[in-house]
Structure formats: C-alpha cells, structure tokens
Design a protein around this ligand. Structure first.
Ligand code: DGJ
Length: 745
C-alpha cells in the first residue's frame, strides 16, 4: 500500500472513531476533505490541508460557489504555507520560531488531523500539525461566525518534548494578499492625537507596525489594519480585507512584499525581548487575529468589525450607554464634597444619567493633590470627602443619576504607602535605578505576580462590595513598562515579563467580570492607549483621547471608527479654549461632534452660560432619541476629513433602515468656498425619510426641515447644507455643523 493511501485510510479510521465519540455531544464533525472551507454568511477562507503535507491558504474573500471552489486551484492560488515555521528555506519570513530542547532551531510542521466543531454561533476548524521529527505540535485554529462576517484565527503551540523549548516568534495568523495596487489603512498617533488615519500603497519591502509600550498598546500605532485590494481606498466601494489582533500587549504586524505576486501579512505578539520558554507539556495559546472581508469598501469592513465587536467582543455590546459627566477637565485634582455634589446636580439638571469622579479622591498618608503620589493607596481622602464614597453614591441617587469612580489599579508611586510596604511588587530591572513615570514617581505593578493580581482585584472588589451602587469604573493606566525586570519571575523567565503581565491583566479582568458582571468599565490609558479588541471583552468602552478638541476629535474619531463602534467611543463635550490645543470652537460644534460617539461631558457646568446649558440639555434629550441608531446602527463614512474638502460627513443607519443620523462638520472656513454636496449611503432607496435637524441654533429652519425624501434621492442627490448658521450677527463664528435625524415614514 502506498504511503498516501495508508494515511488516507488511517485518517478515515480516525474520522470514524472521532465521529462516534462526538456523536454523543453532536457538536463536532471531523472532516476528511483536503479543501477546508471556513465560511461566514458572506465570506470564506479556503485552505488545503492534506494529512502529511503543509497546510496552504488558497483563498480569502467573498463566499464562492461549489463550482468555483472545485476549480480554485486551476484558477491560480497562492499555495503559501498557512503557518510558515522557521528553519528550512530560512530566507523567508516565518510565523513561528522555535529552538527545540536539543538546540535545533528548525521546525517542519505537517498536518496530522483536521476537525470542525460547532459552537452555538460559530464553527471552529482546528488543523493539528506535528513536527516531522519532534513531538512538537501546533494547532491552527479558525472560528468562523455564522451570524457576522468575521473569522478569528489563533494557534495553540504544544511542547511534548522532554525538556523546554524556546519560542522566539509566535504569530497568531498569516494571510497572503494578491498584489496589484493594494493599499493599507492603519492608525497612528501619540498621546492626545490617537487614532489618526494613515493610508498608503503597499510597495516592495517590509512594512512593520509594532508596539512596545508593555502595558497599553494603541497610543502610537494600532494593531488593526485594512487592505483595500482595488487601488486607492474608497469608503463605500471596493474589496477590503480587515484584520485586528485582539491582544492587550505588545504586538507586531508585518507586511512583507518580496519577489512574488503576494503581500504576505503576519500578525502576533511582538517577540522583541519576549522569548518564551515553553515547558514540557505546556500549551502556548496565541491571541486571536480577527479577519474580515467586505466588497462595500472600508465602511463595509468597519460595519463587520462593529457588528462582531458589539456581539462578541465588547462588554454589554447590546446595552445602551448612559450619558455622563466626568469631573477631570472640570476640576482636575480639586475634588471635594460640595464640588462633586454641584457637578452631580448640574448634569442631572441637563438630563445626564451618570456622574464620574475622576482622579484625586484618595490617599491618606500621601493625599493625591497632584499626580506624584498615592497610587495604590485606594483609601478615600477624608479631608476632601469627609463622608466617604457612600455619601457621594447617596447624593447621586438623590439627584436621580448613577455614580462612577476613577481608579488606576495597575500602578503605584514611590511616594505611596503601597510602595513602602511592597517595593517587591513593582516592575524593576535588577541592579538598576528604576525609571519612573508620571509625576516623577510612578511605577508599574508586576501583574504577573499572583499577589499583585489579588491586590488589583481587591481594589475593585472593595469598592464595589462596600458601595454596590457604584455603576461605572474608569480604569486608567498612565505609564508604559519602562523597566525590564520582574521581581517575581525566576531568572530564566525574565523574558516572559510582557506576556505574563497581560496574562495577569486577563486573569484579574476575568475575576472582576465573574464577580461584577453588570458594572460598566471604561478602558482609559492616558487617553486612547487601550483601544483594542483584546481589552474590550471586559470593558464597555474606551476613552478615545485626552484631547477633547472637537476639530481634532473629528480626525481621531474618524480613524478610530474604522475598527471600533460608536457605542465604545467615549466622546465628551468640553470647555473652550480647549485644554490641550487651546482652540475655541462653538458649543454647537462641540456637541455635534461628541454626539457621534458615546455622548458625555467633561466640563465644569458652573462655568457654562445658561444658553450653553440649555443647548446641552436639548442635545442630551435629542441624543436619547437617536441613541439606538448611533450605538447599534451601521456606519457609513461619506466624506473624509483627511481628503481636504474642508468638511467631513458620516452617518449611522439603523439595522432595519428605518432611522438614520447624518453628521456634517465643516473643518475649515474660507470665503467663497464650495463644499461638495454629500450623497448619503446605507438607506433603503424605496423608503421615504422625514428630515429633522437636531441641536438647531439657526433662527430659521433648514428649507427641508420636516420634509420627506426617498432614500434613493438622498443617496443619489443628498441635501444642500448651508456653509454658515443663520444666527444673530454677534453670535456668528467660523464653526458650522449639522446633525440630521431621518426617520422612515
Ligand atoms: C489620564 C486620563 O486619560 C484622564 O482622562 C484622567 O483620568 C487622568 N489620567 C487622571 O489622572
């Protein structure tokens, strides 16, 4: 009997055995087919996985007919190894690097089995591979959702050698992309300028996007990308592949374009300074890489990310978010009882639903008067708040709103009781002076240490068990890992520091969610440092940026919306001149921008005029009407602020297409400017929509106020938006924006 035939028989026998064993649960089916179809409702990934051979990726895109799948090979496929390992053909980029227990640095993986199992709303395909020499296994996993167009891929790396092996690279996934005017869209930034969009054609050479912050990972570059396959990126047309690495720690994304017809895309944990000693019998699971495809342009790929995210990757993705006031930009560290009470009364009177007390409420031996002390000493400062948190919660209750509180649990300061008691809990390089962060004293706690994990869990546990009515936690993280050294890990595991930190973070978050499933938690990290799908399963939202300037927020929120839905993007109305860029924008403009995300306020209400308060009250009331469309609707970006048209426009459409909210913001003002007339998108062409302007400040309504238009007309012609607001002369300024609510009749 030939070797391949024997393998097929063996394989089939294995299949029968497995089928019998799993019929009991009726969840799992072993497939004998060498061509593996991993399909969502509209997309599919096709692999060739012959037992004894290397697995190969053949296709990723729109779902294909059986005929096309059968003839795929003949049409031309990449024939690229689905998870290339380092060691033979060394000049090629690899997804996996292993030094085996005997020092051999080469790995050769061949398919051993393929299984497909059903989860309630997904099918999971597992391609198990074994090294041809060593008892070393890698299982390539794919989860294809059956109700959203998203495929998650990850690997499970198992060492059955007698001694540890060293993993020097451990990607989550790999995808070849056919070259030919492919563009990459990704997010870049820094503190106060997060999520800015970068779009560039992929050329020859290696494009690397990576993060080394250690604790947070989205201030600078993001671990999500989109590839426009049909030339210059378009929002609503063209084929797009989107990818998001769901990991809270350091990551690395590479796009390698060599002498072939393919761009090769790799994504995973950043292996820099992170070699991992995999003990015998240990399994290393890589984070998920989420892949999507859309032929409806970049906005189409965003809709896929948003639907999947809200349903599977965001805490409480199906629940409306409250409208809140956060104390930070209003009072900074100047926390006191009358002040907090006044802010609560003010937000309640404007129709808000939640008040969040930010930094500055704690510290007994070292009161937190500024940012240089007390992190870790999570005891209320009775000089500022004599009646403690409980009183504030009660007051909030009296005002008819909920109460939330700020913590930064992963950190300490050298000036703190915690550090005095537990200097061994901080991350610190041996034999070195420690590098300190914010306030000249901040340090990161070693979350890889189980005692630290208990401590961090205890912070939340104490707060919530003592004050069960606390509704919201703002979880901040204001320092990168700036010192390489764990005082907990053994000498031979120092390179596990970053990975163990994020395992510890996940373990703590799991415990918190198990104990407090309903509390709302915001991921903040000096602004937008934790906008990542590896963080959000435990968090309800993230703070987009410490920069609340409405104009710059248009650019940041535009980019961030590529991968994250409005429900997760905290977007607040703040004071002018803005505290970061010192720009003065109109209150109407600030409202109209904040209303395109999860609306909140970040301002001292007592410094607002009655007119401003009235406008905010109206906006809050109107936001409550549009909240379901904004927070659960489908995004259609229409005119990009990055395209230099001096304006930007986007909209949300309800899934049933019976309601939509259209936003229009002028981004520059020039006399005799001729802005484009914006065509809407995503509406039902056959439905008729009645137009109503929200947050109106003009003395006269827009000519089409209260009139109806078909979706077809709105999408083919659009509505003229006047360049300026018709307001009294002394109220005129250079800001102009509109929010239109369209309701199907
Ligand atoms: C950084 C955050 O981004 C701010 O919103 C605020 O919470 C401060 N930290 C508090 O120190």
């Amino acid at each position: 009997m030939s070797q391949p035939l024997r393998l097929v028989i063996l394989y089939n026998a294995l299949i029968m055995k497995r089928i019998i064993s799993i019929l009991a649960t009726a969840l799992c089916v072993l497939t004998a087919s060498a061509q593996i179809r991993i399909a969502t409702p509209g997309t599919e990934l096709i692999l060739k996985a012959d037992v004894g051979a290397e697995p190969q990726i053949q296709y990723f895109g729109e779902r294909l007919s059986d005929t096309d799948v059968a003839n795929l090979q003949a049409a031309g496929v990449p024939n690229h190894n689905a998870y290339p390992a380092y060691g033979l053909w060394c000049a090629s980029e690899a997804s996996l690097g292993v030094t085996h227990s005997d020092g051999n640095m080469s790995t050769v993986l061949r398919v051993e089995s393929v299984t497909q199992t059903d989860e309630p709303t997904a099918k999971v395909t597992r391609i198990k591979m074994k090294d041809t020499v060593y008892p070393f296994y890698v299982t390539l996993c794919y989860r294809a959702y059956q109700d959203v167009d998203m495929i998650e891929t990850w690997t499970e790396i198992e060492n059955l050698e007698k001694k540890p092996v060293v993993l020097t690279r451990f990607d989550s996934g790999y995808l070849p992309l056919r070259a030919g005017d492919v563009w990459i869209s990704h997010l870049h930034g820094t503190w106060a300028a997060e999520g800015l969009l970068v779009q560039e054609p992929l050329d020859r050479g290696m494009r690397v996007i990576k993060n080394k912050d250690g604790a947070r990972n989205s201030h600078t570059d993001h671990s999500e990308v989109m590839f426009s396959l049909d030339g210059k990126p378009q929002e609503n047309t063209g084929r797009v592949i989107g990818a998001a690495l769901c990991y809270s720690g350091n990551y690395e994304i590479r796009v390698d374009t060599k002498d072939t017809d393919y761009h090769e895309f790799y994504a995973g944990i950043n292996p820099d300074n992170s070699a991992y000693n995999l003990a015998a019998k240990e399994i290393f699971k890589t984070p998920e890489l989420a892949l999507t495809f859309s032929d409806e342009g970049l906005s189409g790929a965003s809709r896929n990310f948003h639907r999947w995210g809200r349903k599977y990757k965001l805490a409480h993705g199906d629940k409306e978010r409250k409208i809140l006031l956060n104390s930070w930009e209003g009072v900074y560290f100047d926390i006191n009882e009358p002040g907090m009470d006044q802010m609560m009364a003010d937000i309640a009177s404007m129709g808000g639903e939640l008040f969040v007390m930010d930094d500055g409420w704690f510290g007994v031996k070292y009161p937190r008067l500024t940012d240089n002390c007390a992190l870790g000493d999570w005891e209320v400062d009775r000089n500022k708040l004599p009646n403690g948190i409980g009183w504030l919660v009660e007051q909030a209750h009296k005002h008819g709103i909920k109460f939330g509180i700020w913590i930064e649990p992963e950190m300490t300061n050298t000036t703190s009781e915690l550090y005095e008691k537990h200097p061994e809990w901080v991350i610190k390089a041996p034999e070195r002076e420690v590098v300190k962060g914010r306030g000249g004293t901040q340090l990161v706690l070693d979350l890889g240490n189980p005692e630290v994990q208990d401590f961090v869990f205890g912070i939340v546990d104490d707060l919530l068990s003592e004050n069960p009515e606390i509704d919201y936690i703002k979880w901040d993280a204001n320092m990168p890992i700036s010192n390489h050294g764990s005082q907990y890990l053994s000498k031979d595991k120092q390179s596990h520091l970053y990975i163990e930190y994020h395992r510890g973070f996940a373990a703590v978050c799991d415990r918190i969610r198990a104990a407090y499933p309903d509390v709302t938690i915001q991921a903040c990290a000096s602004g937008g440092g934790r906008a990542n799908w590896g963080v959000l399963p435990w968090f309800d939202e993230f703070w987009v940026s410490d920069n609340t300037d409405a104009l710059q927020r248009i650019y940041m929120q535009w980019g961030t919306s590529y991968f994250f839905p409005a429900i997760a993007m905290a977007s607040h109305i703040s004071a002018t001149p803005n505290h970061t860029v010192f720009r003065t924008t109109s209150i109407k403009y600030r409202i109209d921008v904040a209303m395109s995300g999860r609306l909140g306020m970040e301002i001292q209400p007592k410094n607002m005029t009655e007119e401003e308060k009235a406008l905010c009250r109206k906006a809050i009331s109107e936001y409550k009407e549009i909240r379901p469309v904004v927070q659960f609707g489908d995004i259609y970006r229409l005119v990009s602020p990055y395209d230099s048209h001096n304006m930007a426009s986007m909209m949300y459409v309800s899934p049933e297409k019976d309601g939509a909210v259209f936003y229009w913001w002028k981004t520059e003002t020039f006399y005799d400017d001729h802005l484009p007339r914006v065509k809407m998108a995503g509406l039902d062409p056959s439905k008729t929509y009645k137009v109503r302007e929200l947050n109106r400040i003009d003395n006269v309504p827009l000519p089409y106020e209260g009139l109806s238009f078909t979706g077809k007309f709105l999408m083919e012609n659009g509505l003229e938006i006047p360049l300026k607001h018709k307001v009294d002369y002394h109220k005129q300024d250079d800001w102009s924006s509109r929010v239109l609510y369209l309701v199907a009749e």
